[in-house]
Structure formats: structure tokens, C-alpha cells
Ligand binder design. Structure first.
Ligand SMILES: Nc1ncnc2c1ncn2[C@@H]1O[C@H](COP(=O)(O)OP(=O)(O)OP(=O)(O)O)[C@@H](O)[C@H]1O
Length: 928
């Protein structure tokens, strides 16, 4: 039946009965009716009534493009019967009944065509929409991928530019040295050999300098190349005018852009910074002027502040600019540094790049999500990095305090915690933490922010410092209403972790490795001690130490904990090797909350204090952006640090501006990896007899020289009255080992020279590595790995000597040596005998980092060959700070420029990453 062809003469009417259509008419009537009525059953009756109504089994709808009405020719054969035109939109409902008398419906070919076309279009649109949906997903993925690639490309570009600029610094240095016939050999292959030239005669410098100045202009032009416009040169105008540069020199704003020297030699394979290039010629050397960076001059800040009329006079005479600095900050700077002070290179970079601008009235969008900053500040020792990071920190805290002053109830709801700091400064030693907190407090004097420093007294008031729960609030502002909500908390990493996890959380490693230590138990904090959710800023001072292999586990753990508390997991923390955290279930639980623990760890097994070191913890759902502002500071960027930062802080290397490729998050002064220009190096040969006597002789020579100078100046002034005697210079002596420190201390005391002796406080006798880590963890950042006596035992804690006990609760043991208050620390006018007041501080590298010693410390003695150049730079940098004069006396075989140790500072740069990504120098890890 279904194959029958019905040739019906005409279509007269269509009706539906119980879902079956009945059509009367000519051929194709059934098809037309079927289509129009959307039904598969149609009875077609001939008009004449001769034919019997038959049921047609309708075929399924035709595929797209094929007509339901047969081909065109067939359609054309239709008779010329009467046609009823209907609108193409007309579509009778299946329930619609046509009376048998109604005119026969017969769609016109054009209408049919339209219908077919419409359907085809619908189908195509559907098909396209589907494909579009599929493609949309793919495109989004592709876009994300592209964006990622773009970011990575910019990051790489940033790294490349940074390295290039570092290498080019070295190349310029080499060229200068060649120009004056100085050392500076380029070794074969990737090895660069340098020698330290610390004692060029002034005459020679002047002579060679003239030669360089007279070089043909063409040569100078041919050496041009682009350099990173990180900063403008310091003191250039003074140099041009032949004057001696000083810290009070106003920076020139008229310098034109220029280019540095084109590298005439290939960098070594790894392209990492050369740490031995620390000798910098005095600024009077003419080529220094020639090579000055002119690409970016320091921005000229408005001279007066529109925000404060009272500060306008100040800012016009004071080179720290306001705006952007708050007038209160400016006035504290004025008090501390004096009216003549000018920002140093690193401070200018910080003000330019990091300090938040003052808000314009009614233009603050408090709801806008802040863009978090990430910067590395790198500049030579004594160049004012503390101010460089404190300025943006304090300004931002104050501004956000004002912005949130209406919603102060915020803190009340957090009163369940003992401390809710808004920012954190991490330092490697307690001494440095104390000094920094004191300095921050001075800067906060006007703007009234609260500063606290953690001390030896531990969390929860269990030890001394009790009432304040282990936090020394003596430094907090007098206006402080609540020490529990400090604006700034200064701490060492381990102290801070102790406050998070509870005292003794790390003790397991310590206990298992020390038989003589009384087992200290883990005391989780009874009250929640620290609330990390309000932390807006983290500053990591001495980043090269805090990210070195001994410390980075703990530093990263802190960063991760804060990020976690603020609701974000950081990608850089994907794998955290926790030294001993798995030992205690409580700690493990705390970690487990924040870390997705690898199944193999079996935290349950860790109960009972089994050694459980070096486990890998994995984080999930991570990102590379920290949910707080982060500033790292360092005076040296060893390759290990660069490698580490590339891996864990990639955002530092991403360009900040699309117009310039050089604007990364790494701000460094041009003098990085050089000794401060005001520092002189002297070499002393051992006499071949008693070395201790040689040191004593040299000490006395310094004091005799002091007397001579004083006498000379008195005579020169033609004074008839007696000038009050000035106090003898204070001297710091660095040894490599505690035994040597003790021995020398004893000797000098016997000779009537009062000393302060200070090393890391190690009580235990042991010879394995674990204690080293544990002690480092306690805040003694540099535990001398070689510091073993002949029996292979460690030295005992140095106690019982007056002034030599290391008190973590205060810096009293360093009284007289540390720069307590810069403005109030000129040389004393009363003579204190050498036998009653200590004038000599004997120590190891423990105190070589970050501490700002008083201007009366004019000499540093380095009696043992430093382990590496980084060590040398930091030890030497304890004097000659802030542009003051200082002398480094280096004792050693051979004297002269080689006296500092051909094995030591002449070490070849082997370059790059050791097996575990560690920097190695002279075949030795920089951080062993
Ligand atoms: N612009 C300035 N003008 C004069 N003195 C300054 C200036 N900035 C800082 N100082 C002083 O310089 C000294 C050294 O500063 P600071 O300790 O911050 O140096 P640093 O770069 O952190 O050194 P280090 O690398 O050893 O840690 C301090 O006494 C400080 O008061």
C-alpha cells in the first residue's frame, strides 16, 4: 500500500478526524496535506467520489535539501487547477478542521521553495550553533593557553633582561679595568677569573682616568648598547663638577638618556651574576661619569604637597618627596636622617615603584580589589634598604587604616586571637629583628602605627615577657591601644612559626639528634595566638639567607600559611618539604588542613615522635599570585637565589609595563655587588709568629692613628685649649669559628682590651647535620658547618662573659656597637678606657647580616679567609655604611691584593646550578 501512487485530480478540502487527515483533491493532495497537517496518516478522496478513500502511510520527513514534494518536474506536471495562496507562515494546527467544502489547498512552488529553504536554513543554523558551542570551549582553552604562553614569554624576557643587565654591569667594569690596565681577566670558556684590586694608587687612577676620557668619541659611540633603565646614577652632577659625592648630594635631574657599553665579550654560559665584581673604583674616576645611566632620570616629584600646607616648606627643602610620601613619614625621616638627607638609589626606586600614591579626595574606591605587589629590592650593604621597604609598607598601612577607619569593628570580631598583625617583617636573627623593629618604631613616631617584635619569651606568656605573650611591645607606639592588633610584627621565621603551631613544634629533629638536650615537649597554643587573615604585607629581609636551603622550608611555610589563611593556595608552594612537622599530630593536622598530604606520608605513624623529615606535601588549587604584598630585600643575589626566585616567585620577573620590557619586579641599585665606594680595603700580612699578637698590634695601631688624627686636628686649629679626647674607634673582628673567637677574646682580655664575644649559642656536642638545621631554625642563621673542634664536637655556648651572652629579648649585649638611633649616635666626647668599655666585638658570620653598626665602628677586621665572596661582602659591609668612611682590614698570607686569599676571593666562577640547583663557587656551595 505504501508504494501506491495516488493521482488525485484536485485538492478540495482537508479535515482531520481523530488524528487522521482526510484530504480531497488532486494528485499531491495527500503529500501536501500530510506536510501541512504534520500527520503521517492521510486519507485522500477523489473529488468525483469514484475512488475509495485510501490510507497513505507517509514516509519519514525527507533529509535536508530534499523536497517533500518530489522533484520540480513532477511539480510542474500538475494541472492548472485553482490554487489558493497562503502565507508561508500559515501553518494550520493539527486540530484545525477544514470543512469538506473549503477550497483545496495547494502550496505554490515558490512557497514550497521558501519552506524548503527555511527548513534548510534552520537546520544549518542549528548545526552551526552546535559547532560554535564546541568551538567556543576550544577557543577559550586556546585563549587561556595563549595567555599563559604570553605571560611565560614576558617572564622569560624579564629574566633575560635582568641577566643581561647584570652581565653588562660586569662588562663595563671589565672595560674600565682594562682602560686603566687593571686586572679583570676573562678566562677561557665559561670561566671568568677576577682578581680583587683593592689598593690602586690614586695617582694611577687619575692618570688612567685621563686616558679614558680622551678616548675617541667614535669608540665610545661604538660601545653603546641599551641597558635597563632601572635607575639614574647617584651623585652624577657632583662628579661632573669634580666634587666628592656624598649622601646629601641632590640627584641630578638634567641627565639625558644614554647607553651603556656594548658587550665586547661573551657572557659566560649560564649568564648568572658575577659576585666577585665587588670592587668599584672611586666615583672620581672619569669613566664613571661617562657610563652614567641616562635612560631614566629620577622622576621629579612636586615640590609641595597639596595635602598639607605644613609639609610644603619641608618638602621643598627635603629631597624625600611628599607626595607621594605622607607628611608624617617625611617629618620622621627628617628627624632620623637630618635635613640634608637625600634618598639613595634603592630608596628612589622604591618610592617611584612601590609607594602607594596619596589618595585624591573622593576618588578612592574602597571596594576595588587591591592589586598585590611583589618586588625584590637589591642594593649594596648600608645603602638604606630598610627605609626603602619601610616607606611603602608604612604608607600603605596608614592609608588602608584611614580607608577602613569606619569599619573598625572588623578587629573586634577577631578578639579570640592574641595577635592580629597587619604586616610581617621577617629577619634571619633576633638581633636584626630587634633593630628593625626599633627603627620602624622611630619612623612611625608621627603616623602612629603599632610595632611589635617577637622575643625569646615564647607564645602564650609561658616564659618571660609573659603578659604580652612573648611579644615585646616596648617598641610599640605610645598611642597603642591594643598590642594585640599590631600594624607591624617583626620576627624571625622560627619564632613566627612557633606562634602559629605552638612551641616545640620543630623540636623533634632537635631531640633525636642531641642526646644531651632535655627533651622539650610540644605545646600547642592553648589560645589561638596568631590570626593571619589581616596580613597585608610581608617583608623578607636578607632574602638570600631566608631563601637559602637551610631556611627556605620555613620561610615558604609562613608564606603559604598566610596565603592559606587569606583563602588562597599558592602554586609556588606545590611541594613543600617539611623537615619535622609530621612528628606531631597537632602540627600535622594544622598542615593537613592547608596541604593535601601525599598518601604515603602516613601521618598516623608519625605519632610518638618518629623522625619524619623531608616529606613532600602537595597543595592543590593553586595560583602564583600571593594574596598580600611581598617585598624581598638583599644585598647580594647569588645564583642560587635567582634560580629559586625564578622557580617560586615567577611574578617578580614579569614585566610590569607593556611599553618597556625592562620594568620587572626586581629593583636594584647600580652599585649592587660592589663594596660601598666609601670603604677602603687594607691588607695585613701575618708576621709569621703569633697571629693573635699580630691582631692586637693592628688594633693598637688603629687607636694610635685615632689619637694622631685628633692631635693633628687640634694643632691645625691652632687651639690653645685642650680638645676633649674622642673615644677610640670601635672595631668588629670576624672569625670563621667560635673557637677562634673565644681564643682571641681571651688573649685580648689578658692584654687589657675589653671585648664583646658573640657567636651562635650552641650547647650541644655533636657532629651531625641535623643540629645545624635545628639551630638555624632557632634563628641563628649561620651555624658554622666547619665549626668543629679537634674532637669533632661543636663548641659550647659562650656564657659567663660580661656582655657576651646572647639575649634574644634585647640587644643589650651589643650596646655601644649597634646604631640605636642614627641621629643620636655621634662619637662620644668622653674618653672611656679600653680596659673598661668594650671597643672590640668578636664574632662569626652570625652578626654579618643586616645589622646597622654605629658610625663609631670604623674598622672591620677579617682575620680568617671568608668562605665566599658573599660572606666577604656582608662582613665588610658592617662599616662604611650610609656613605661614611670605613676600613676593612684583611689579614692573610702574602698580603697585598692576593692576601685576602687566592683560594677565597679569587675563586673561579664555575657557574650556575649545582646538582640540586645550588650555586657553587670554587666547587663549594655558597651556603654550606
Ligand atoms: N637616605 C639616607 N640618607 C642618609 N642616611 C641614610 C639614608 N637611608 C638610610 N640611611 C642610614 O643608612 C644606614 C644603613 O641603612 P640600612 O641598615 O637600611 O642599610 P641596608 O641597605 O639595609 O644594609 P644591609 O645590606 O647591611 O642590611 C642606617 O643608619 C640608616 O639610618
Amino acid at each position: 500500500m505504501s508504494s501506491s501512487v495516488f493521482l488525485l485530480s484536485s485538492l478540495r478540502g482537508v479535515s482531520l478526524r481523530g488524528g487522521t487527515a482526510i484530504a480531497m483533491g488532486t494528485r499531491n493532495t495527500g503529500t501536501a496535506a500530510r506536510w501541512r497537517l504534520r500527520t503521517r496518516s492521510v486519507h485522500v478522496l477523489r473529488k468525483s467520489g469514484k475512488g475509495k478513500g485510501m490510507e497513505m502511510n507517509s514516509p519519514p520527513p525527507p533529509p535536508p535539501g530534499e523536497s517533500r514534494y518530489g522533484n520540480k518536474r513532477e511539480g510542474n506536471k500538475r494541472g492548472s487547477s485553482k490554487r489558493i495562496r497562503r502565507s508561508p507562515t500559515h501553518s494550520p494546527s493539527p486540530s484545525l478542521k477544514h470543512s469538506d467544502n473549503s477550497p483545496t489547498y495547494r502550496p505554490s512552488p515558490r512557497f514550497k521553495k521558501q519552506l524548503i529553504l527555511q527548513e534548510a536554513q534552520n537546520r544549518i543554523a542549528l548545526f552551526q550553533a552546535e559547532r560554535e558551542r564546541e568551538r567556543g570551549g576550544l577557543r577559550k582553552e586556546k585563549e587561556e593557553e595563549k595567555e599563559k604562553e604570553e605571560r611565560e614569554k614576558r617572564r622569560r624576557e624579564g629574566v633575560r633582561m635582568l641577566r643581561e643587565s647584570m652581565v653588562s654591569d660586569r662588562q663595563r667594569q671589565l672595560q674600565r679595568e682594562r682602560g686603566r690596565g687593571n686586572m679583570g681577566k676573562l678566562g677561557s670558556g665559561s670561566r671568568w677569573k677576577y682578581e680583587i684590586e683593592g689598593s690602586l694608587s690614586k695617582e694611577r687612577e687619575r692618570r688612567v682616568g685621563r686616558e679614558v676620557q680622551q678616548r675617541p668619541l667614535e669608540l665610545q659611540k661604538s660601545q653603546k648598547r641599551r641597558i635597563i633603565p632601572l635607575s639614574s646614577p647617584p651623585f652624577d652632577s657632583r662628579i661632573q663638577s669634580g666634587q666628592k659625592p656624598s649622601w646629601s648630594q641632590k640627584p641630578s635631574t638634567s641627565a639625558k638618556p644614554s647607553f651603556g657599553n656594548k658587550p665586547s665579550i661573551k657572557p659566560n654560559n649560564n649568564g648568572l651574576p658575577q659576585l666577585k665584581e665587588f670592587y668599584r673604583p672611586p666615583p672620581s674616576f672619569p669613566s664613571y661619569t661617562q657610563r652614567k645611566l641616562k635612560l631614566s632620570t629620577f622622576p621629579s616629584f612636586p615640590k609641595t604637597s597639596p595635602h598639607s600646607s605644613s609639609s610644603s616648606s619641608l618638602s621643598s627643602s627635603f629631597a624625600f618627596p611628599s607626595p607621594p610620601l605622607l607628611p608624617g613619614l617625611l617629618s620622621s625621616l627628617h628627624d632620623i636622617l637630618g635635613p640634608e638627607a637625600r634618598p639613595t638609589d634603592i630608596q628612589r626606586l622604591s618610592i617611584e615603584n612601590i609607594v602607594d600614591p596619596l589618595p585624591i579626595a573622593n576618588a578612592v574606591d574602597a571596594t576595588a580589589a587591591p592589586e598585590h605587589k611583589e618586588y625584590l629590592l637589591a642594593s649594596e650593604t648600608g645603602s638604606g634598604k630598610s627605609i626603602a621597604y619601610l616607606l611603602p609598607l608604612l604608607q600603605s598601612l596608614k592609608l588602608s587604616e584611614w580607608a577602613n577607619s569606619s569599619s573598625s569593628s572588623n578587629f573586634e570580631s577577631l578578639s579570640e586571637y592574641t595577635y592580629t598583625p597587619r604586616s610581617l617583617i621577617l629577619a634571619p636573627t633576633h638581633e636584626l629583628a630587634r633593630q628593625l623593629s626599633g627603627f620602624a618604631k622611630m619612623l612611625c613616631h608621627e603616623i602612629k602605627l603599632r610595632v611589635v617584635c617577637t622575643s625569646k619569651a615564647n607564645v602564650g606568656g609561658r616564659e618571660r615577657g609573659g603578659a604580652r605573650g612573648g611579644v615585646d611591645t616596648r617598641h610599640s607606639s605610645p598611642s597603642s591601644t591594643s598590642a594585640g592588633n599590631p600594624d607591624i610584627m617583626v620576627s624571625t621565621p622560627m619564632k613566627f612559626l612557633e606562634m602559629i603551631f605552638g612551641r616545640g613544634w620543630d623540636n623533634h629533629t632537635h631531640n633525636t639528634s642531641t642526646s644531651s638536650t632535655s627533651a622539650s615537649t610540644f605545646n600547642p597554643p592553648t589560645k589561638r595566638t596568631l590570626n593571619l587573615t589581616q596580613i597585608e604585607w610581608i617583608i623578607i629581609d636578607e632574602a638570600d639567607v631566608l631563601f637559602d636551603p637551610d631556611f627556605n622550608t620555613f620561610t615558604r611555610l609562613i608564606l603559604e600559611q598566610v596565603a592559606r589563611a587569606k583563602g588562597r593556595v599558592v602554586e609556588s608552594e606545590k611541594e613543600v618539604k617539611v623537615l619535622s612537622a609530621g612528628c606531631y599530630p597537632e602540627v600535622a593536622q594544622g598542615l593537613e588542613e592547608s596541604l593535601e598530604v601525599d598518601n604515603s606520608l602516613g601521618l598516623g605513624e608519625a605519632k610518638g615522635g618518629e623522625a619524619d623529615t623531608g616529606k613532600t606535601w602537595t597543595l592543590s588549587g593553586s595560583t602564583t599570585r600571593y594574596p598580600f604584598n611581598l617585598i624581598l630585600t638583599t644585598a647580594t643575589i647569588p645564583p642560587a637565589l635567582l634560580v629559586y626566585l625564578e622557580q617560586y616567585h615567577p611574578m617578580l620577573f614579569v614585566n610590569r609595563s607593556s611599553s618597556s620590557l625592562s620594568n620587572t619586579g626586581i629593583l636594584r641599585s647600580p652599585n649592587l655587588h660592589h663594596l660601598p665606594p666609601s670603604l677602603k680595603i687594607e691588607h695585613v700580612n701575618w708576621s709569621g709568629g703569633n697571629k693573635l699578637a699580630d691582631i692586637e698590634k693592628r688594633l693598637r695601631a688603629v687607636w694610635m692613628e685615632d689619637e694622631r688624627i685628633q692631635g693633628g686636628s687640634t694643632m691645625a686649629m691652632g687651639s690653645t685649649t685642650t680638645t676633649p679626647p674622642t673615644e677610640p674607634s670601635k672595631i668588629i673582628i670576624f672569625c670563621n669559628k667560635s673557637t677562634k673567637v673565644l681564643e682571641l677574646g681571651d688573649y685580648l682580655e689578658r692584654k687589657g682590651i675589653k671585648t664583646v664575644v658573640l657567636t651562635s649559642t650552641i650547647r650541644e656536642s655533636l657532629n651531625n647535620d641535623k643540629l645545624v638545621k635545628s639551630d638555624v631554625a632557632k634563628g641563628d642563621w649561620r651555624v658554622e658547618a666547619e665549626e668543629e673542634n679537634s674532637k669533632g664536637q661543636r663548641d659550647v655556648e659562650i656564657e659567663g662573659k660580661e656582655g657576651s651572652e646572647r639575649r634574644r629579648g634585647s640587644n643589650k649585649h651589643l650596646n655601644g656597637f649597634l646604631n640605636v638611633k642614627p641621629s643620636s649616635s655621634p662619637l662620644s666626647t668622653s674618653l672611656t678606657p679600653l680596659s673598661s668599655t668594650p671597643h672590640v666585638l668578636l664574632t662569626t658570620s652570625l652578626l654579618s647580616r643586616g645589622l646597622d653598626f654605629s658610625p663609631s665602628v670604623k674598622h672591620v677586621f677579617i682575620v680568617d679567609e671568608p668562605r665566599n665572596v658573599v660572606d666577604f661582602l656582608h662582613r665588610a659591609g658592617r662599616t662604611g655604611r650610609a656613605g661614611r668612611e670605613g676600613v676593612v682590614v684583611v689579614f692573610g698570607r702574602g698580603g697585598g691584593r692576593g692576601g685576602i686569599g687566592r683560594k677565597g676571593l679569587d675563586m673561579e666562577w664555575r657557574g650556575g646550578r649545582g646538582k640540586q640547583g645550588k650555586a657553587r663557587e670554587g666547587g663549594r656551595s655558597l651556603f654550606t
